[in-house]
Design a protein around this ligand. Structure first.
Ligand code: ZN
Length: 173
């Protein structure tokens, strides 16, 4: 297991549309998932998509329960070839992203989603998710399509955010 570098905006690899993972799940994909989980926990973050470490495969991990400061129980969820097959409701909430450090903006998302995905054994599942879990999944699965959360902002708002990021990056370099 290795902690991998997380790509940051505006790295072009964040815009790649990831390809489907073929079944059965290979040992390479198992290793990728271990790296993703370790990288997410080290960050720390509540989710990480393979796209964010420069691997264009449809794989993401989430753990919305674990808190580093409390060292609580880990609840790792692995999502292979995830698809949102139904959405309902709409709500606005603040989001951040490990690929856009220090940027937090309100994003409109579906309140409730139905997801189909494949697990580590190659078994297919379908389930409903709501609330923060639903938001986290929409955010992570967007990465697999080369999308980032600021794409959901208005053009004007997005321009302001991009300008702020560039300014932060200039100040840091
Ligand atoms: Zn993200």
């Amino acid at each position: 297991m290795t902690i991998r570098d997380i790509l940051t905006f505006p790295n072009k690899k964040l815009r790649e549309v990831a390809s489907e993972v073929s079944l059965p799940i290979s040992s390479d994909i198992h290793a990728l998932i271990e790296d993703l989980a370790q990288t997410m926990y080290a960050a720390p973050g509540v989710g990480l998509a393979a796209t964010q470490i420069g691997v264009a495969k449809r794989v993401a991990v989430t753990d919305i329960a674990w808190r580093k400061e409390e060292d609580s129980e880990r609840e790792l969820h692995v999502w292979i070839n995830p698809e949102i097959i139904a959405r309902s409701g709409s709500e606005k909430g603040e989001e951040g992203c490990l690929s856009l450090p220090k940027v937090y903006e309100n994003v409109q998302r579906a309140t409730s989603i139905k997801v189909r995905w494949v697990d580590l054994e190659g078994q297919s599942h379908e389930s409903h998710f709501e609330g923060f879990q639903a938001v986290a999944l929409q955010h992570e699965f967007d990465h697999l399509d080369g999308k980032i959360f600021i794409d959901h902002l208005s053009v004007l708002k997005r321009k302001m955010v991009v300008r702020r990021i560039k300014k932060m990056q200039e100040d840091e370099s």
